[in-house]
Ligand binder design. Structure first.
Ligand code: SF4
Ligand code: SF4
Length: 175
């Protein structure tokens, strides 16, 4: 069977098409339309939020700022299981596990860092944690940073924000 080939003809371009002048004029008209719209009716046409002077209301389910919860004795609840860093789609949680002095606690995070400029605030780390060690606050945006280095949220800072969790460490069936 013969192969059927559809031949497409190249559209002819007029002098005006080749000059690009009509398209430039059309683009300028759109830009000027936005400009005069913003000048004459700013409330309707300017959608930029002047953060931090203005702030929008976050959706009910928005969770932004991370914190690490602590045990009754003030130690970090995290057992360095790596579930959060494994599930994190942005690969922005870095944990170095160390052996704990207490034999009833296998490991703790010697280093726990969240790179908040890479974080996409998806909340999966909170969902994955088996011992309520990491939480994200509803309606609270992460603080703005002045320097790149300040976006690395380290363990002690996250613990200061933390708080005591009422959940039984290790799950409901623990002694
Ligand atoms: S909120 Fe999402 S992207 Fe941010 S640290 Fe947790 S898992 Fe990673
Ligand atoms: S915060 Fe939770 S999930 Fe992440 S390493 Fe610690 S115990 Fe595991």
């Amino acid at each position: 069977m013969a192969v059927q080939v559809k031949v497409l003809s190249r559209p002819k371009r007029t002098f005006w098409d080749q000059s690009y002048l009509p398209e430039i004029a059309r683009g300028l008209a759109v830009t000027l339309g936005h400009f005069f719209g913003a000048v004459t009716k700013p409330k309707e046409n300017i959608i930029t939020v002047q953060y931090p002077d203005e702030q929008v209301d976050y959706p009910h389910r928005y969770r932004g700022q991370h914190r690490l919860m602590v045990r009754d004795d003030g130690q970090v609840r995290c057992v360095a299981c790596m579930c959060c860093s494994t599930i994190c789609p942005a690969n922005c949680i870095h944990i170095v596990a160390a052996e704990h002095d207490d034999p009833s606690i296998e490991k703790y995070p010697e280093t726990f860092v969240i790179d908040h400029l890479r974080c996409i605030v998806c909340g999966l780390c909170v969902e994955a944690c088996p011992c309520d060690a990491i939480r994200m606050d509803s309606g609270v945006h992460c603080e703005p940073f002045g320097h790149r280095g300040d976006s690395f949220l380290v363990r002690d800072l996250l613990m200061q924000r933390g708080g005591h969790s009422a959940a039984t460490q290790g799950g409901r069936n623990s002694p």
